[in-house]
Design a protein around this ligand. Structure first.
Ligand SMILES: [Zn+2]
Ligand SMILES: [Zn+2]
Length: 72
């Protein structure tokens, strides 16, 4: 029973973020002082979260396209 990264549903989680306790993959998690911190929790500075948001938005658009195709 492996958890998936909450930012990347296709990626297996490498661990849990120590801040939000969500499963995150290696790409999202960074080890900081022995703790895993996910991108969202690291990137509290304005601008640094854009990358993740943009990726997530694109994934949602792709999924929406797929879903609408299947519905027809
Ligand atoms: Zn987090
Ligand atoms: Zn991830």
């Amino acid at each position: 029973m492996l958890a998936k990264c909450y930012l990347h549903p296709r990626e297996e989680a490498a661990g849990k973020c120590d801040v939000c306790k969500k499963p995150v993959c290696r790409k999202c998690a960074k080890k900081t002082e022995g703790k895993l911190i996910c991108r969202n929790c690291q990137g509290k500075k304005p601008g640094s979260a854009v990358d993740t948001d943009e990726l997530e938005r694109q994934e949602r658009i792709e999924k929406a396209k797929e879903a609408s195709r299947r519905n027809r």
